[in-house]
Write a new protein. Structure first.
Length: 309
C-alpha cells in the first residue's frame, strides 16, 4: 500500500470539473466561463479553430481581453473547455442500444456526428487523454458496453480505443471532404470522379500493379462506407476474441490465435469445407465486380442525363 498523491489540477481541468476558484472580481454578470466557451465555439464553428483568440472572444462578448483572463487564464484552457463542450456526452439511447456490439457501434456514430458538427475539434493537438468529465463519460460508456464480457479492463479499454480511433479518423477524412465541397462547390460524386481520373492518369500497372488493379476495379468510385466496414471487421475480431476468452482459449493480455489448421489438414470434410469457402469467396468477388460495374454504368447514365438536361 502506498499513500495516494493528491494531484494539483491544471486550471483548465479544474474548470471542467467545476472545482476551480471563482474570480475575485470581474466585469458585469453577463460574463462567465460558460459564456466565454459558448462565444469561442461560435467563432470556431464559423471560422475554424485558428480564428479563436482571447481577443476575438472578448470582442464578441463586448469586453476587454483582460476581463477574460480573470475567468480563463490561458488560451490552452479555453481550447480544452471548448473541446469538452463540443464533444458532449453519450446519449442515453446510445448507452442502451442493445448488446455490446450495438452499443459500441452507436458510440462510434454519435462521436462521428459530434466531429462533423464541430470539425475544428479534430484540429486540436492530442497530448494525452483529456481528464475531463465528458471524456470520462465516453470512456465509461465504452467500458460499460463490454462490462458483461470476459475481457479484462485493459482489453475493454483497447476495444474502446478501436472505436474512438476509427471515429476520429473517419471524422478527419469526412470533414476534409466536406470542406472541399464548400470551397470548390463540388458534390461527393464529382470529387470521387476527379480523384479517380487523377489516379488513373498517374498510377501505372508496371509501377503499382495492385493499386492500379484496385483503380480499375473502381475502388475510388465505390460509394460504400469504408470506415463502418473497417469497424465492423474489427468488432468481428473482438467477438471472436471474447468467445475465446469465455472458453479459456487465450492468455491474459495476448491476442488469441486459432488452433493450427495443420493438425486437421488431412481431414476430408475439413478440406471440402475449405474448398467450398474458397469457391464462395470467388463467387462473391465476381458479384462485387458486377456490382461496381453496374454502379459505374448507372453513374455514367446519370451524368449524361444531367448533361443533356
Amino acid at each position: 500500500m502506498t499513500d495516494a498523491i493528491e494531484p494539483e489540477l491544471p486550471r483548465g481541468i479544474a474548470l471542467a470539473w467545476g472545482v476551480a476558484a471563482n474570480p475575485q472580481r470581474g466585469p458585469k454578470r453577463e460574463m462567465s466561463v460558460e459564456r466565454i466557451v459558448e462565444a469561442a465555439i461560435e467563432i470556431a464553428d464559423a471560422e475554424g479553430l485558428g480564428a479563436v483568440s482571447m481577443a476575438a472572444v472578448a470582442a464578441r462578448l463586448g469586453f476587454t481581453p483582460m476581463s477574460l483572463y480573470r475567468y480563463v487564464t490561458a488560451k490552452e484552457d479555453l481550447i480544452l473547455l471548448m473541446q469538452e463542450e463540443a464533444t458532449g456526452v453519450p446519449s442515453e439511447a446510445t448507452r442502451t442500444a442493445g448488446g455490446w456490439r450495438e452499443r459500441l457501434e452507436a458510440l462510434y456514430r454519435e462521436q462521428l456526428q459530434h466531429y462533423l458538427t464541430h470539425p475544428w475539434v479534430l484540429d486540436i493537438p492530442i497530448s494525452g487523454v483529456p481528464a475531463t468529465p465528458n471524456s470520462a463519460a465516453w470512456m465509461d460508456a465504452g467500458l460499460s458496453a463490454l462490462a458483461d464480457t470476459a475481457l479484462s479492463y485493459s482489453e475493454r479499454l483497447a476495444v474502446m480505443l478501436l472505436v474512438t480511433g476509427t471515429s476520429h479518423w473517419a471524422g478527419s477524412i469526412l470533414a476534409g471532404y466536406a470542406r472541399v465541397q464548400r470551397e470548390q462547390g463540388l458534390d461527393e460524386q464529382s470529387i470521387a470522379r476527379n480523384e479517380d481520373a487523377m489516379f488513373r492518369a498517374l498510377i501505372t500497372a508496371d509501377a503499382y500493379p495492385e493499386l492500379r488493379a484496385a483503380i480499375d476495379a473502381g475502388v475510388f468510385l465505390d460509394e460504400s462506407d469504408p470506415f463502418s466496414f473497417a469497424l465492423a471487421l474489427g468488432l468481428e475480431g473482438v467477438s471472436d476474441y471474447i468467445a475465446a476468452a469465455e472458453e479459456g482459449r487465450r492468455e491474459e493480455g495476448r491476442p488469441w490465435v486459432a488452433l493450427d489448421d495443420a493438425d486437421i489438414a488431412d481431414d476430408k470434410k475439413f478440406r471440402e469445407a475449405r474448398k467450398a469457402v474458397r469457391e464462395a469467396e470467388k463467387v462473391l468477388r465476381a458479384a462485387h465486380k458486377l456490382e461496381r460495374q453496374a454502379a459505374r454504368e448507372a453513374r455514367d447514365r446519370k451524368a449524361r442525363q444531367r448533361t443533356e438536361a
